[in-house]
Design a protein around this ligand. Structure first.
Ligand SMILES: Cc1ncc(C[n+]2csc(CCOP(=O)(O)OP(=O)(O)O)c2C)c(N)n1
Length: 288
């Protein structure tokens, strides 16, 4: 096999042979690729595949569970975060990555989202935000734009959208970022940094739904990379407020890391978990 062939095949053990059922051109395909590249890059830096575990919610986004070759639990709609926290408490040395949707996280799973920001478990939440409940054919979620007409909201969504970045910041999240699913390299980089972060890392991945919320695909000119710098909480909140999720306002949409800070994680607060962490349980240890 030539070197270029080897390079092309690198990391394909992270992908399963399951038939992919996402719509053609759905950004979920690209998010899978960004995640694969991020994990591959971390494996080159010394992590092993067995150091990762995943949890998925239920929705189009959650199908990644069938396509990414990692151990984990295919969760319940809205309940991926408590499952992940439980996994983390069982083995604090696992790098747990949660794949969730905007409906999943900001509607049914809202309390888990807020308390994860507060409790600071050392895990990563990736939210594919397509501003609609897409698997169930496009009802409005808390981040849908006002006026969004759906079969369930024939008069258009009445409510103002929630700003989840602002909410996460005010609830105490220690790593808050947003990226654009179509920018594979940037998304890969952010996912890598989120996984390396010690504490609860939350990444909102903006994606279009090309079937149920067509307005979401008109944002490319509005998205810009915010300068990379350490921000105070107030500065991060100001940046978060630049985009209010109402697409018609043509507000600029900043992406990048909004805020990162270090405080004791859930597993560092509990002496039992510190002890467990120092035992370094994992596949490598079990094999010995
Ligand atoms: C407890 C529970 N409530 C509701 C549902 C129905 N349900 C399944 S997928 C889904 C929509 C998922 O939307 P989102 O999380 O935004 O993900 P997307 O499909 O857009 O990726 C809903 C409402 C369910 N399966 N379980």
């Amino acid at each position: 096999m030539t070197n270029s062939m080897k390079k092309e095949r690198e990391g394909w053990e992270l992908i399963t042979t399951e038939k992919i059922t996402w719509c053609p051109s759905c950004p979920d395909h690209i998010i899978l690729e960004s995640t694969r590249r991020a994990i591959l890059s971390l494996m080159k830096q010394g992590y092993s595949r067995e150091d990762f575990a995943m949890v998925a919610g239920i929705g189009c986004h959650g199908k990644i569970f069938d396509y990414l070759n990692l151990s984990g639990i295919y969760g319940l709609h809205g309940r991926a975060l408590p499952i992940a926290t439980g996994m983390k408490m069982g083995n604090p040395n696992l790098n747990v990555v949660v794949f969730a949707g905007d409906g999943d996280t900001y509607s049914e799973g809202m309390e888990h989202f807020i308390h994860s920001c507060r409790f600071n478990p050392n895990l990563t939440l990736l939210v594919n935000d397509n501003q609609s409940f897409s698997l169930t054919t496009g009802q409005a979620t808390p981040t849908s734009q006002q006026g969004f007409k759906t079969k369930a909201e024939p008069l258009g969504e009445f409510n103002k959208p929630l700003n989840p970045i602002l909410l996460a910041l005010s609830a105490g999240a220690t790593f808050v970022a947003r990226c654009n699913s179509r920018d594979i390299e940037h998304t890969q980089k952010i996912i890598e940094q989120a996984i390396k972060h010690e504490g609860f890392s939350y990444v909102e991945i903006i994606q279009d739904c090309l079937v149920f919320n067509l307005e979401t695909s008109k944002r490319d000119d509005l998205i810009y990379k915010a300068p990379e710098k350490n921000r105070t909480l107030k500065e991060a909140m100001d940046l978060a407020m630049e985009f209010d999720y109402n697409l018609k306002n043509n507000n600029k949409i900043p992406i990048g890391i909004f805020y990162q800070t270090r405080r004791k994680t859930l597993d560092e607060e509990w002496p039992q978990l510190v002890k467990l962490k120092n035992k370094k349980i994992g596949w490598k240890e079990l094999k010995k």
